[in-house]
Design a protein around this ligand. Structure first.
Ligand SMILES: Nc1ncnc2c1ncn2[C@@H]1O[C@H](COP(=O)(O)OP(=O)(O)OP(=O)(O)O)[C@@H](O)[C@H]1O
Ligand SMILES: [Mg+2]
Length: 239
């Protein structure tokens, strides 16, 4: 279980989100929704150790990991895929995947060929383009590469910031299937999105963040009323 309790974080003296308590269990997909500026990316950064908490605690498998920092948390199995499909543009697909492996303890790394095969099985286009430079890939293909690169480190928890942002609509189901499959293997997934419809179909639970506070949470099935969800996200008063 990755768990935040009463967590506050922000930048310098500014607090962006307050009093967030949430958990992600192994095999579970938690979807964080919220409008621009709600603090979603900041929350992910705090959960992966990129930002130190100002208050509250973070625990992993029952152990207190508050303030541990991103590198140590990553070694303990928490991986954060930042917004904007960050890959190394001047390296090939294959080389990018090899870098993903470096986060694994020595001796537990997969042979390079196996990682590429894993990528090709998951997103066949990556197999076809294994020898090409990452910068020659489309935005959607780069997102796929960033996801497989993170997965190659075999994390227990994957935190992903707006993976469908800016992608061709036709690629979104492939990206979402990736998360569903990983959760099926036991990985805990925390997904931040602004799109609502498609991510809701794979989520187990939803957390709605507005102005740095959780304003609603529950099973995904409770969020099927789109008008009510929009109201929650935007804070409009119903007529
Ligand atoms: N590096 C930073 N330094 C200072 N303030 C920041 C920084 N990053 C974000 N902020 C501020 O924190 C607040 C929350 O931003 P955040 O990026 O977490 O929101 P978000 O919900 O991810 O928004 P979006 O949907 O646009 O991605 C905003 O007011 C933003 O201006
Ligand atoms: Mg964001």
């Amino acid at each position: 279980m990755l768990r935040a309790e009463g967590l506050h974080a922000g930048y310098g003296r500014m607090t962006v989100f307050r009093d967030v308590t949430l958990e992600v269990a192994p095999g579970e997909i938690v979807l964080v929704l919220g409008p621009n500026g709600a603090g979603k990316s900041t929350l992910l950064k705090a959960l992966s150790g990129l930002l130190p908490p100002q208050r509250g605690t973070l625990s992993l498998g029952g152990e207190d990991v508050t303030g541990l920092g991103a590198e140590k948390l990553s070694r303990r199995g928490v991986r954060h895929v930042l917004e904007g499909h960050r890959v190394f543009p001047e390296l090939t697909v294959q080389e990018n995947l090899r870098l993903g492996q470096l986060a694994r303890p020595r001796g537990r790394r997969l042979p390079d060929g196996e990682v590429v095969d894993m990528a090709a099985r998951t997103f066949p286009i990556l197999g076809d383009k294994r020898a090409q430079l990452a910068r020659s890939l489309s935005g959607g293909q780069q997102q796929m590469l960033a996801l497989v690169q993170a997965w190659a480190a075999r994390p227990d928890y994957l935190l992903c910031d707006e993976p469908s942002l800016g992608l061709a609509q036709s690629l979104v189901p492939d990206i979402l299937r990736f998360f569903r499959d990983r959760a099926g293997e036991g990985m805990g997934v925390l997904l931040v999105e602004q799109l609502v419809d498609q991510p809701l179909t794979i989520a187990d639970r939803v957390v709605v963040l507005r102005q740095g506070r959780i304003v609603a949470e529950g099973p995904a099935a409770d969020f099927t009323d789109r008008a009510a969800l929009a109201e929650l996200m935007l804070g409009q008063v119903s007529a």
